[in-house]
Design a protein around this ligand. Structure first.
Ligand SMILES: Cc1cc2nc3c(=O)[nH]c(=O)nc-3n(C[C@H](O)[C@H](O)[C@H](O)COP(=O)(O)OP(=O)(O)OC[C@H]3O[C@@H](n4cnc5c(N)ncnc54)[C@H](O)[C@@H]3O)c2cc1C
Length: 485
C-alpha cells in the first residue's frame, strides 16, 4: 500500500513547472460522424504524468469542491505511482459511479475549477478524465453474496439517485426493488445524456452489478398512477426512496410550437440516442433532422441536442439563447466541444412564432432581439425584448430545450408529502427524510434540475438513513463501510 505523501516533502515548484498533455479528444470531424464517446483514452504513461502535476495542496480545495468529497489528491498520488487499482478504489470509496461522474461532471465548476492551476489560468489537473481512466481500467471485484437482512426497501426512480440507494442498501443485505416509469434503468443517464458524452454501456454495467446483488427492477411502472406509495407499504416494503427526478419539461405556448418539425428535447434525445429496444412505444421512431436546425435554450440539454443534431447530419445547427454566453448555465466544456463540431450560436434572440411553408412543413422562426436588463432571482441579468426588433430565420427543425421542473402531480398523489410549489420535495438535509414517515427522497426531485454527482451525494445520505431506520429495532450492526469497491 502506497502511503499518502508527506505534504512538506512534495516538491511543488517542480510539479508546477510540468507541462500539461492534450486531452485525449477525438478529432471533431471524426467524432461528429458517430455517436461514440468524444474522448478516447490516454496511455498509462500520460495519465501518470498528468497525475504528477497535482501539487497535493494541503487544503485540498478540489475535495471541498466535490459534492462527494472524493479524496482526489490521494487517488492521484496512487496513480502517479502506478497503482491504478488503488486509485480506482479511492474514488469508489466515496462514489457509486466514478466511471460516470468522471465523464459527465462539470469539473470546471467543481474540482478542476478549484485546482490552483485554474486559478493561474493554466490547464487544471484533468481530474475527471483521470477518474474515468483509473476506474475504466479496474474491473470491480466480483460481488460476494451478502447475508439477507430480512428488510425490504422500495426505490422509485432508477436514475443515479435511485440506483445509488439500491446499491448501498443491497450491499447491506436488504431486499431492494426499483420501480421506474421508463422501460430500462438509468433515468437521465440513459434517457437524456447522449452516448457521445457517456457510453450507455456504463449504465448497463451498473444495472448488472445491482442484479448480481439481488436488486429487482420493475420497469414501465409509474408510482402514483400504476401503484401508490401506500401500496408499496402494504406490500411489505418498510421504507421508500423517491428518486423521481425533475423531468417535467416546460412546454412552449408559442404559435406553431405544435408544427411537425418542432420537437421537445427529451423525446428527441431519447429517439436519437437510446437503443430502439429500450425506447417506449411512443418514441419508437428514430429521430431525424432537416438541413437547418435551431435549438432553443442554453443548458446542458440544449448542447446535447445541438451535438446530436450535428451527428444526425444537419448542415447547420444553431443554438439560440436569449441571454449572452456569459449567462449560459450549461457546462462550458461541452459548449467548446459543440463549437469544434460545427455548432453556431445566436445570442440575445428569442423565438416568438414558428411558421410553416405552403406544404405545412416548418419553414420559418420569427424572433425578437433581446437586451439584458436588471438581475433576476437567479442573479443573472434578465433578458428583455428590444422594442420594434424582429428577425426571421429559415429552419426546418426546431428543438425546444426550455428547462425542466418537478412533477407536482406525482408529488400530490403521495399523501402527507411536503413539497414546494414547483413540485420539489422537502427533506431533512442530513437524512433525506421527507415529511411522510418511512419515505425518503433525493436528487433532482429535491434539488430541481442539478447534476449526477449531487444526486449521488444526496442518495448516499438517504440510503444510510434508510438503513439506520430499518435496522434500528433489530439492533443489527452495519455491514462494514458503504464502499462499493
Ligand atoms: C439531457 C440532459 C443532460 C444532462 N447532462 C448532464 C451532465 O452532463 N452532467 C451532469 O452532472 N448532469 C447532467 N444532467 C442532469 C442529471 O442528469 C440529473 O441531475 C440527474 O440525472 C438526476 O438524477 P435523479 O436520479 O435525481 O433523477 P433522474 O435521472 O431524472 O431519474 C429519475 C427517474 O425517476 C423516474 N420516475 C419519475 N417519476 C416516477 C414515478 N412517479 N414512478 C416511477 N418512476 C418515476 C423517471 O422515469 C427517471 O427514470 C443532464 C440532464 C439532462 C436532462
Amino acid at each position: 500500500m502506497i502511503e499518502r505523501p508527506n505534504s512538506k516533502a512534495v516538491d511543488r515548484k517542480r510539479r508546477l513547472a510540468l507541462a500539461a498533455s492534450d486531452l485525449p479528444l477525438r478529432d471533431a470531424a471524426v467524432r461528429v460522424a458517430d455517436f461514440e464517446e468524444a474522448y478516447g483514452a490516454w496511455d498509462l504513461e500520460t495519465a501518470r504524468a498528468e497525475a504528477e502535476r497535482c501539487i497535493q495542496c494541503p487544503a485540498a480545495p478540489c475535495v471541498k469542491a466535490c459534492p462527494l468529497g472524493n479524496d482526489i489528491p490521494y487517488a492521484l498520488w496512487l496513480l502517479e505511482h502506478g497503482d491504478v487499482a488503488g486509485s480506482a478504489a479511492v474514488f469508489r470509496d466515496t462514489s457509486t459511479m466514478p466511471e460516470i461522474c468522471g465523464r459527465v461532471c462539470p469539473q470546471s465548476e467543481l474540482c478542476e475549477g478549484a485546482c490552483p492551476y485554474t486559478k493561474q489560468g493554466r490547464p487544471p489537473v484533468p481530474i475527471g478524465r483521470l477518474e474515468a481512466f483509473v476506474t475504466d481500467r479496474t474491473p470491480r471485484a466480483e460481488d460476494r453474496p451478502v447475508p439477507p437482512s430480512g428488510h425490504r426497501a422500495a426505490v422509485v426512480g432508477a436514475g443515479p439517485a435511485g440506483l445509488t440507494v439500491a446499491e448501498i442498501l443491497a450491499r447491506r443485505g436488504h431486499a431492494v426493488t426499483v420501480f421506474d416509469a421508463w422501460p430500462a434503468q438509468g433515468g437521465v443517464l440513459r434517457y437524456g445524456i447522449p452516448t457521445f458524452k457517456m457510453s450507455h454501456r456504463l449504465v448497463s454495467e451498473f444495472e448488472e452489478r445491482l442484479r448480481a446483488l439481488g436488486v429487482e427492477f420493475v420497469p414501465d411502472t409509474f408510482v402514483g398512477d400504476d401503484l401508490s406509495v401506500d401500496d408499496l407499504f402494504s406490500r411489505g416494503f418498510e421504507t421508500v426512496f423517491l428518486g423521481i427526478g425533475a423531468g417535467v419539461y416546460r412546454e412552449s405556448s408559442l404559435e406553431g410550437a405544435d408544427l411537425p418539425g418542432v420537437h421537445q428535447a427529451t423525446p428527441f434525445l431519447v429517439r436519437a440516442n437510446v437503443d430502439e429496444a429500450l425506447r417506449p412505444e411512443d418514441l419508437a421512431e428514430a429521430a431525424t433532422v432537416g438541413r437547418r436546425v435551431a435549438v432553443i435554450g442554453g443548458g446542458d440539454t440544449a448542447m446535447d441536442c445541438v451535438r446530436t443534431a450535428l451527428r444526425l447530419g444537419a448542415e447547420e445547427v444553431t443554438c439560440w439563447y436569449r441571454r449572452t454566453e456569459s449567462e449560459m448555465p450549461g457546462n462550458p466544456r461541452d459548449r467548446e466541444l459543440a463549437r469544434q463540431e460545427g455548432a453556431k450560436f445566436r445570442w440575445l434572440a428569442q423565438p416568438v412564432r414558428f411558421r410553416a411553408d405552403a406544404d405545412g412543413h416548418l419553414a420559418f422562426m420569427d424572433c425578437v432581439e433581446m437586451a439584458l436588463g436588471e438581475p433576476d432571482d437567479s442573479g443573472r441579468r434578465r433578458p428583455v425584448p428590444v422594442d420594434g426588433s424582429g428577425l426571421t430565420a429559415e429552419v426546418d427543425t426546431v428543438i425546444l430545450s426550455l428547462g425542466y421542473g418537478g412533477d407536482m402531480e406525482s408529488v400530490r398523489a403521495i399523501p402527507g408529502l411536503d413539497a414546494g410549489e414547483s413540485g420539489l420535495i422537502h427533506i431533512d438535509a442530513e437524512t433525506g427524510a421527507t415529511s411522510r414517515e418511512g419515505v425518503f427522497a433525493g436528487g433532482d426531485a429535491v434539488l430541481g434540475p442539478a447534476l449526477v454527482v449531487t444526486a449521488v451525494a444526496q442518495a448516499r445520505r438517504a440510503a444510510l438513513a434508510m438503513h439506520e431506520q430499518m435496522t434500528a429495532d433489530a439492533r443489527m450492526e452495519p455491514a462494514a463501510s458503504w464502499s462499493t469497491r
